[in-house]
Ligand binder design. Sequence first.
Ligand code: ADP
Length: 164
Amino acid sequence: MPSGPRIALYPGSFDGLTYGHLDLIQRGCKLFDQLIIGVANNSRKTAWFTREERVALVRECTVDLPNVQAEVLDGLTVDVAAKLGAQFIVRGLRAVSDFEFEFQMSIMNRRLNPSVETIFLAPATEYVFLSSSMVKEVWSLGGDVSPFVPPSVVRAFEARKATS
Ligand code: ADP
C-alpha cells in the first residue's frame, strides 16, 4: 500500500441524500484522510435532481466535515478513483437485497483495476432499510420524510414540487 494520504471515493446517485448516506459518510471520513463523494447518474434510475443539484445538496449537508468533498462523477468509477488518487471505493450494505449487486460490482471493479479496493460499510440499524427511492415514494404520497433526510433535502423536495 503506497504511503501518503488514504483517499476514498464514495460513488452513488444520492438522488435525495438520506441519513443512511450521511451515516456512511460520517463513518467513512473517520477511516480515510479524504472522502470524495462522487455523484453519478444511474442508468437504472430516473433522477429527481440534476447531478449539480445533488452535488450542491451533498456539500450543504457535509459542510461540517472538513475532509469530505463532493464532485460530479463521470465515466467508470475505477477510472475516476485512479484519477483522483483514491485507493478505495466505499459502498454501503443494507439488508440482503444490496448484497448480490454490490458484490458483483466490486468484483468487476477489481477486474478493471486491481489496485482499487472496495470497502463495504454497514449503517446504523435504524437506516438499514432506508433508500432514496423509498423516501421519494413516501414524499410523493404526502408522508413526512423529515426523519429520513436532512432539512435541506426536504426543502429541495418542496422546491421541486413548487416548480412541477
Ligand atoms: P446507487 O444508485 O449507486 O445505488 P445510491 O445513492 O442509491 O446510489 O446509493 C449509494 C451507495 O450508498 C450504495 O452503496 C448504497 O448501498 C449506499 N446506501 C444508500 N442508502 C443507504 C443506507 N440507508 N445505509 C447504508 N448504505 C446506503
